[in-house]
Write a protein that binds this ligand. Structure first.
Ligand SMILES: [Mg+2]
Length: 267
C-alpha cells in the first residue's frame, strides 16, 4: 500500500465518483465523524458523485440515501440500493422478488446451526431492518475472539450461504452480490453510468475484510489507516492508504483529491 500523497494529479483530476464504506471508514465508535461528513459535502460541491456502500441494513440505507449528501446508498453488502429521483425514493435489488423469497429458508438453517454450536453468538442489533441478509455481532456490542469468528464463518458457509466479515458483523449472504457489484448496479440505476466503461474514474475507500471485493475491483482503491489490522486476511489490499484513521482518514483523502483537482497557481 502506498501513501495517498502518491496518488497523482491526473488520477485525482479524472475522478467521476467515490464509493465509500461507512463503519470505521466515516464513523468512529459507531458515530459519523464531523470531518467525514464535511468532506462528503465538499466532494459533491467539487463535482464528484458519491455512493455509500455498507453491510448495514437496507432499512438504514433508506434513510442514508435521502438524508446524506450522496447520489445513492447500497446496503447489506450489495444486496440492494436506494437513490433519490427528485423527491421520490427509488430502490433496486440484486435479485428479483422470486429469488428474494428463498432467503428465509437459508437464514433459518444458519440460525439453527449457530444456536447449536455457538449459543453465545447473537444476531446483530440492526437485524430487524435487514431484508436480504442475516448478520451476527462480532465487534459491535461484543468483541468475539478470532477463533469464534472463524467457526461462525465456517458454519455459515456449510449451509451454502456465502459469508463476509466487517469490523462489526459476520454476514450470511444467500446470493452472489458483493460491495463492488452493488455499487456497479446502483450507479447504473441511479446515475445511468456504466462504471465498467470508466473504471479508472471511480475510487473506492474502505477499511475491512468485507471491502476486499471492492478493493480488488476498483483500480483506484484506498484504505483508511485502520485497514492495516485486516490486511493479512485480505486477498487484495487497497492500493493506497491514508495516514489518519476512520473518518479523519476519509477527510484526508477528500482534501488530497480536491487539492489535486484545483488548477495550479499561475495557470
Ligand atoms: Mg467498514
Amino acid at each position: 500500500m502506498r501513501p495517498i500523497d502518491e496518488m497523482d494529479r491526473e488520477t485525482c483530476g479524472n475522478l467521476a465518483g467515490i464509493a465509500f464504506d461507512i463503519d470505521d471508514t466515516v464513523t468512529r465508535h459507531g458515530q459519523l465523524e464531523l470531518p467525514a461528513f464535511r468532506a462528503m459535502h465538499e466532494l459533491r460541491a467539487g463535482g464528484l458523485r458519491l455512493i455509500a456502500v455498507t453491510g448495514r441494513p437496507l432499512g438504514w440505507v433508506d434513510v442514508l440515501a435521502l438524508h446524506w449528501p450522496v447520489d445513492a446508498a447500497v446496503g447489506e453488502n450489495g444486496a440492494g440500493w436506494v437513490w433519490r429521483d427528485g423527491e421520490i425514493p427509488r430502490e433496486g435489488y440484486f435479485e428479483d422478488l422470486e429469488g428474494r423469497g428463498r432467503y428465509p429458508v437459508t437464514f433459518e438453517r444458519v440460525r439453527r446451526r449457530v444456536a447449536d454450536a455457538l449459543p453465545h453468538v447473537k444476531p446483530a442489533i440492526d437485524q430487524r431492518a435487514r431484508r436480504c441478509d442475516l448478520a451476527f455481532d462480532v465487534g459491535e456490542t461484543v468483541q468475539l475472539p478470532q477463533p469464534d469468528i472463524d467457526h461462525l464463518v465456517a458454519l455459515i458457509e456449510e449451509t451454502g450461504a456465502r459469508s463476509a466479515v466487517s469490523s462489526v458483523h459476520a454476514h450470511a449472504i444467500p446470493g452472489d452480490w458483493d460491495k463492488a457489484r452493488g455499487v456497479v448496479r446502483a450507479a447504473r440505476d441511479a446515475l445511468g453510468v456504466e462504471i465498467v466503461d470508466e473504471l479508472p474514474r471511480w475510487l473506492f475507500i474502505g477499511d475491512s475484510e468485507n471491502d476486499s471485493a471492492a478493493f480488488a475491483y476498483f483500480p483506484v482503491s484506498v484504505g483508511v489507516a485502520n485497514v492495516e489490522r485486516y490486511v493479512p486476511r485480505m486477498r487484495q489490499p487497497p492500493r493506497f492508504v491514508t495516514r489518519l484513521d476512520r473518518g479523519r482518514g476519509f477527510a484526508e483523502l477528500a482534501s488530497h483529491v480536491l487539492a489535486a483537482r484545483r488548477p495550479k497557481r499561475g495557470k
